[in-house]
Structures are given as C-alpha cells and as structure tokens.
Design a protein around this ligand. Structure first.
Ligand code: MN
Length: 315
C-alpha cells in the first residue's frame, strides 16, 4: 500500500537546490528509476529528482517535503528575475507604469521595404485603465488589420503623441554616411520625445520609458555624437510594451504610420510590397529590379539589408 500515490507535486529547482536536496536525503535514498538523478523515501512520501531540475513529490503528504524547499525556490526565482533584467539606474521602477508617463517605440526596423517609424505617447494616470480596456497592447500582438481602428481610437481620445517617419532615401543616405540602425533609432526616439515634451509643456509625468533596443550607455553615446543628451527621467527596459501602456500605445501608432507608408510605396510602384525580410521578399526584390530597375530600391527599401544581395543572386 505504501506505493499508492495519493497526491503529487512537481516543481523545477536550480542545480544548487538539487545538490542540497541530494545531501539532505542521502540516508533515505533508494534506487532511482531510469533517467532520475536520485530518489528518496521518507515517512511523507517519495521524492524523485531529474537531471532537468524537475522534482516529483509523491505519496501520503508530499507537501511536507515540498515545503522544505519551497522558500529556497522562491529566493532563487527572485534572483533569476533580477539577474535577467540587469538593473541599472536606467531601469524604471514598477510604480512608473501605474502613473502618468511617456513611452516610445519604433516599427519597421526589421522590414526590408518601407521606412523606420517611431512614436512617443504621453499617458496620464487616469487613462491607463481605459487604454487597456480598448485593447491597447503590444502592436506585435495585434493584427495589422486591427491597427488602424485602435490607432484611430487613441487619436480621437486626444492622447498626446508625436511620431516621425525616417523615409528610405534618408535612411539609405545616413547608412552610407556610417550611421548604424541603432544610431538612427536613437535619434528618432530622442526627437519624438523632445517634440512630445514641448507639446505637453508642464504636464506632470513620472518618467520616460523607451523600449530598450541597446544598452543605455550606447544610446547615450549615440546622442553625444549629435551633441544631445538624455532627457531627464529617461528609463529603458526590454519588452517595455508589456509593462507600459504608453509604450504599447506608441507601438500601435508607430505601426500605423509604417503601414500607411507601406501602402503609399506600394501604390508608387504598383506592387503590394511585402513586410519582413523573408525569402519571399528576396523574390519580390528580384521582380522589382527586373521591371523597374535597381535604382527604385533607394526610394522604397533599406538597401544595405542582405536581401538586396540575395535577390541579385537569384536573377
Ligand atoms: Mn520595440
């Protein structure tokens, strides 16, 4: 009857906790099943640890054994979280996301055709819930079909924003001058934030959150090369759109402007241009080169992308 499994708990632990467990249960060990690191039996039940870190607590009262390790597990988890986010003085505190703040994000950086667009949005505390309710979230989680309607709602609510489009001729020119895409993005974020700050004047905001695409020190270095410096209270965090409704709103408007430009460029060359930078894009580039000549790419594409070369090899 001892083998009857009344209940079980399964949890993943770190290597260091596994080592401690192994030592703790050393005199209770029995032969482990295939693939297991060790198995131990106590009055409370059976503990089976696997190489993956997974530990199975089974038997009469597995919770009693699990509880010995649960608090340690929590500490490890918190440590992992803080390791992952690389805290610095540029990391926003979480309370900023519940207060009036500015967020900025860009679109089009991975797409061969079309511009890079960027937007900064100022969201007052009172609007945070409303924006969530109308479905504002990371634009990557919204279909391109839904973007215009959501963006329209934002604009109709008079949410203060500022956006910019870096068109392809200018992008290509800067790229030839030695600007990296990182520097272009940095300057775009800087300018939309600057324009927005002038627009909202003395409205209170807790801080500015930029969806992090490079280390803050690199961002500052790019600004310095153009004689600018970081605006006060600027913070960086990756996946910012999942924390900040202002960044999420900015991602929606930036995406709208990207889509509008893609439509304009598609009309310009009488071809619905593809998004992204896939193999299908390479083929489309080939068709465009054959029908319109290579020169037109400067008007509609980020020509330094490897796609240009790949497309020419296909010809
Ligand atoms: Mn982003």
């Amino acid at each position: 009857m001892e083998e009857l499994l009344l209940s079980q708990i399964s949890e993943k632990f770190t290597t260091s906790t596994l080592q401690k467990m192994s030592a703790f249960y050393d005199n209770k060990k029995v032969s482990p099943p295939p693939g297991a690191l060790f198995r131990a039996k106590t009055n409370n039940g059976t503990i089976t640890a696997y190489h993956s870190g997974k530990v199975l607590f089974q038997g009469k009262s597995p919770i009693k054994e699990f509880e010995r390790w649960a608090s340690e597990q929590k500490e490890n988890h918190e440590q992992q979280l803080s390791n992952r986010t690389h805290h610095s003085k540029y990391t926003p505190s979480h309370k900023i996301f519940t207060m009036s703040h500015i967020g900025s994000d860009e679109s089009g950086t991975g797409d061969y055709f079309g511009p890079v667009t960027v937007c900064a949005v100022y969201v007052k505390k009172e609007y945070i819930e409303i924006l969530k309710q109308i479905g504002i979230q990371d634009s990557k989680k919204i279909t391109d079909k839904q973007i215009p309607l959501l963006a329209k709602q934002l604009i109709e609510m008079n949410i203060p924003y500022s956006s910019m489009v870096l068109d392809n001729p200018t992008y290509n020119k800067l790229q030839k001058q030695g600007w990296t895409q990182g520097k272009m993005k940095t300057m775009l974020h800087y300018h939309v934030i600057d324009k927005l700050l002038k627009k909202i004047r003395d409205e209170y905001f807790e801080g500015i959150v930029i969806d992090q695409f490079c280390q803050p020190t690199v961002f500052k270095k790019h600004l310095a090369t153009e004689n600018h410096s970081l605006h006060d209270k600027t913070y960086f965090i990756t996946k910012a759109e999942s924390y900040s409704i202002a960044v999420a709103a900015a991602s929606v408007i930036a995406r709208l402007r990207f889509l509008q430009e893609m439509e304009r460029l598609s009309n310009l060359i009488d071809t619905p241009l593809l998004k992204g930078a896939s193999k299908a894009v390479d083929e489309q580039i080939g068709h465009i080169i054959q029908s319109k000549g290579e020169e037109v790419l400067h008007e509609i594409a980020k020509v330094h992308f490897a796609n240009t070369k790949k497309a020419k090899q296909l010809l």
